[in-house]
Design a protein around this ligand. Structure first.
Ligand SMILES: [Mg+2]
Ligand SMILES: [Zn+2]
Length: 189
């Protein structure tokens, strides 16, 4: 079973623009493709796991989410970097749209997306990392036995200052700094 790096999307690999609702507003951070290529080169399967509450809120439809992920996949691939699979949670227990009103197991910090990826792609979460800009990403890591890293981009700039933050958490400037840390730490057996 392979180790993986599970990446949050908005605020981690691309700028968080609130609800991303058009491809013109999709802006990758300048280091994201390099970071994923480095992780691939170190033997990590890279997977995106993203909550898309905008779907449940009726602001974007799931077709658009798939379109964004296809654009991202191609952009990374053009830069020699592979994102193997994208998982998104479209649910919200309070969603105005009934179809998405569900107390699901995939909405981060719940572990559904990582559990599914582990089955689909043969991954070992306990040798893996979760990188994101919210503490819920770090909580997700803990719930599956992975190592969590908070990046101080997107929401991370304010999340890192929270008084109730976990004291022993790894916090880095951005995804590239997180990648450097992951390459140093390697995969724990
Ligand atoms: Mg995020
Ligand atoms: Zn869900």
């Amino acid at each position: 079973m392979r180790p993986a790096v599970f990446l949050d999307r908005d605020g981690t690999i691309n700028e968080d623009v609130g609800y991303l609702d058009s491809l013109e507003r999709l802006t990758l951070f300048p280091y994201s493709i390099d970071a994923v290529r480095l992780l691939n080169g170190a033997g990590f399967c890279v997977v995106v796991v993203t909550n898309q509450g905008g779907v449940a809120a009726g602001l974007v439809d799931e077709t658009f989410v798939h379109d964004v992920h296809e654009v991202l996949r191609r952009r990374f691939e053009a830069g020699g970097a592979t994102i193997e699979r994208f998982y998104h949670c479209p649910h919200d227990p309070h969603a105005p749209i009934e179809q998405y009103r569900r107390d699901c197991m995939c909405r981060k910090p719940k572990p559904g997306m990582i559990r599914q990826a582990a089955v689909d792609l043969g991954l070992d979460p306990t040798r893996s990392y979760v990188v994101g800009d919210k503490w819920s990403d770090v909580a997700l890591a803990r719930s599956v036995g992975a190592t969590g890293i908070l990046v101080q981009t997107g929401y991370g700039t304010t999340q890192a200052k929270r008084l109730d933050r976990p004291r022993d958490a790894i916090v880095t400037a951005d995804l590239m700094a997180a990648t450097v840390r992951i390459l140093e730490l390697g995969t724990s057996e």
